[in-house]
Design a protein around this ligand. Structure first.
Ligand code: BES
Ligand code: MN
Ligand code: ZN
Length: 501
C-alpha cells in the first residue's frame, strides 16, 4: 500500500473513499463540519436523526455524486466514546474504513488525521496500522474466481496539517507491512512451510540488506555443536531442522546503543504434534502457528534493517517440527543442552522450551546484551491472559518495562507475569538437573519462563509468551481480524527504535 501525506483540504482528496472519524457524542467541528458544509448538511442531518452516533466500529457511507467533495464516497467512522477514545480507537476506525472500502470494491482511501484524540504522529501510525493490518487477507489457496473477491487497497492518503504525520506514517508502514509478511509465514500450511522454508526467508532478508549476514545450521551441525535439547526435538522429523541466525552490524550505531546488541530469539516450530506426548486432535489444529515467534523476529529484523536503524542485533530462530518417529525423543530421555545442563524429558509436548534453551544460549554466546524471546509456549498463558495481552516475564525490571512500553506504543499489549525461584520446584528431576514439564497444573507460563531463564545467561532477558496473541482463532472484533496476527513485529521495531534513543 502506497502511503502519502497531504495538507490539502479533505474535500479535494482524489480517492475512492474519504474517511473521517467521529467520537460519541458527535460534534460537528473541524474537518467534519467542513465536509458537512460541502455535502449540503447531510452529515448534520444524519447526526440529528441518530443515524450517525460515533459508536466504535460504526461506518456510514455517503455517496457524494459530485457534490462539493472530490472523493466518490465519504465514510463517517465511529471512534467510540469521546472520553475514552485513544490510539487503539484510531486503529480500529482505520480498520473499519478499509473494510468498508473493500466492501464497495474501492482501492484508495484518504483518512483525516486532524481532530483525532491523539497527536498527529500517533494518529498517523495508528491510521497506517489500521489500514495496512486491517486490510490483510490470506487467500493464496483459494482457487475460486478472484474477481469476486476484493482486491487489497493500493493507496492511503493521510490528511493532516501537521508535518510530523508524514514521517511517522511512513515508518509505521514499514512495520505494518512486516506484520503482514509475518502473517503470510504464519498462515502457510506446514506441508509447504517447514524449517528450510523459514531459512529461505531469512536468506532473502539478509540478501536485501548490506549490513546483514545470515548463517544457517542443519540438523547435523545443531547436534554436533552440543545443542542436545534442540536436537532432541528435531530428531523425529523428516523435514530437517534449521538453526537460523541473522546478524545486523550497521556501519554506525546510535550513541545510546553503542554497547547494545539486541538479541531476538524466536520459536520456530513449523508444526507441533506434541510428539509421543501426542496432542489430542482438537488441540493439534492450528499448530502450524507454533512458528509465530520465528515469523515475528524474522520480519521485525527485516523492518529494522529497512528503517536503517543504527543498532546492532542478532536474531536466532530454532526451526523444526515436533513429530513422531521410531527415532523420536521419548518421555524419560535425558538430554544435554548447549550450556551443559541436563534435562529429563517428562513431556515431549513441552518442546518449545527445549528448542529455545539452546537458542537463547546461542544468542548470548554471539554477544547479545539485551535479549527478548517470542514463543507460542504455553496453553497456560491463553488461560491466564486471553488473546489481547502477551505474557511478559524476565530478568531486569528496567528491560521488562521497556518492552512493555514499546508494546503499548506499537499497539501490541503485554502483561507481566512473575518469575520466581519458587517455580524451580516445578522442574526438579530425580536424575537430571531439571525436567522439562511438571504434572502440577499450575503457573504454566511462569514455569516455562523460569525454565528458560536457566539458559539465558547473564544480562537483560525477557520472554514473551505469545500463545494467546499470535493466532486469533476468532476475531476480537478489532482491526486485526482473525487468524495469524503477526504479534511482536511492531513491538520489536518500536523497541529497536527506542534503544537508538
Ligand atoms: N505450542 C504449544 C503451546 C500452545 C498451546 C500454543 C496452545 C498455542 C496454543 C507448546 O509446545 C505446548 O504444547 N505446551 C504445553 C506444555 C505442557 C506439555 C507442559 C502446554 O501448554 O500444554
Ligand atoms: Mn508442544
Ligand atoms: Zn509448541
Amino acid at each position: 500500500m502506497k502511503i502519502s501525506t497531504s495538507a490539502a483540504a479533505p474535500a479535494t482528496a482524489n480517492v475512492d473513499m474519504l474517511a473521517v472519524a467521529v467520537a460519541k457524542p458527535v460534534a460537528l467541528e473541524g474537518a467534519v463540519a467542513e465536509l458537512d458544509r460541502a455535502l449540503g448538511g447531510t452529515i448534520g442531518r444524519l447526526v440529528k436523526a441518530g443515524e450517525i452516533r460515533g459508536t466504535a466500529g460504526q461506518v456510514t457511507v455517503l455517496h457524494t455524486e459530485g457534490k462539493g467533495v472530490r472523493a466518490r464516497r465519504v465514510a463517517v467512522v465511529g471512534l467510540g466514546k469521546r472520553l475514552t477514545a485513544d490510539a487503539e480507537s484510531v486503529r480500529n476506525a482505520a480498520g473499519a474504513a478499509v473494510r468498508s472500502l473493500a466492501g464497495v470494491r474501492g482501492r484508495t482511501l484518504a483518512f483525516v488525521l486532524d481532530g483525532l484524540p491523539v497527536d498527529a504522529a500517533v494518529a498517523a501510525r495508528c491510521a497506517v496500522d489500521g489500514a495496512v493490518i486491517g486490510s490483510y487477507r490470506f487467500d493464496r489457496f483459494k482457487t475460486s474466481k478472484t474477481a469476486d473477491r476484493p482486491k487489497p487497497p493500493t493507496g492511503l492518503v493521510l490528511l493532516s496539517q501537521e508535518r510530523a504525520a508524514g514521517a511517522a506514517g511512513r515508518r509505521a508502514a514499514v512495520a505494518a507491512e512486516a506484520v503482514n509478511r509475518a502473517r503470510d509465514l504464519q498462515h502457510m500450511p506446514p506441508n509447504l512451510l517447514g524449517p528450510e522454508q523459514l531459512a529461505e526467508r531469512a536468506r532473502a532478508i539478509a540478501a536485501a540488506h548490506p549490513a546483514m549476514r545470515v548463517e544457517v545450521w542443519d540438523e547435523k551441525k545443531i547436534a554436533a555443536r552440543g545443542m542436545g535439547a534442540f536436537a532432541a526435538v528435531a530428531q523425529a522429523s523428516s523435514r530437517p531442522a534449521r538453526l537460523i541466525v541473522l546478524r545486523h552490524t550497521p556501519r554506525s550505531t546510535a550513541r545510546a546503543a553503542r554497547n547494545v546488541v539486541l538479541g531476538m530469539v524466536g520459536k520456530g516450530l513449523t508444526f507441533d504434534s506434541g510428539g509421543y506426548s501426542l496432542k489430542p486432535a482438537t488441540a493439534m489444529t492450528g499448530m502450524k502457528f507454533d512458528m509465530s515467534g520465528a515469523a515475528a523476529v524474522l520480519e521485525a529484523s527485516d523492518a529494522i534493517a529497512q528503517l536503517q536503524l543504527p543498532l546492532k542485533f542478532v536474531t536466532v530462530v530454532g526451526a523444526t517440527e515436533n513429530m513422531i518417529d521410531t527415532n523420536a525423543m521419548r518421555v524419560d530421555d535425558v538430554v544435554t543442552a548447549a550450556n551443559g545442563k541436563t534435562i529429563e524429558i517428562s513431556n515431549t509436548d513441552a518442546e518449545g522450551r527445549l528448542v529455545l534453551a539452546d537458542c537463547l544460549h546461542h544468542a548470548r554466546s554471539l554477544g547479545a546484551t539485551h535479549m527478548v524471546d517470542l514463543a507460542t509456549l504455553t496453553g497456560g498463558v491463553v488461560v491466564a491472559l486471553g488473546d489481547y495481552h502477551a505474557g511478559l516475564m524476565g530478568r531486569d525490571q528496567e528491560w521488562i518495562d521497556r518492552i512493555m512500553a514499546a508494546g503499548e506504543a506499537a499497539g501490541e499489549h503485554t502483561w507481566q507475569l512473575p518469575l520466581h525461584e519458587t517455580y524451580k520446584r516445578l522442574f526438579r528431576s530425580d536424575i537430571a538437573d531439571m525436567a522439562n514439564s511438571s504434572t502440577m497444573r499450575m503457573a504454566q507460563a511462569p514455569y516455562a519462563g523460569q525454565f528458560l531463564q536457566e539458559f539465558a545467561g547473564d544480562g537483560a532477558w525477557a520472554h514473551l509468551d505469545i500463545a494467546g496473541t499470535a493466532d486469533l482463532a476468532r476475531s476480537r472484533g478489532d482491526y486485526v481480524g482473525k487468524g495469524g496476527s503477526g504479534f511482536g513485529v511492531r513491538l520489536l521495531v518500536e523497541l529497536a527504535e527506542a534503544l537508538c534513543g
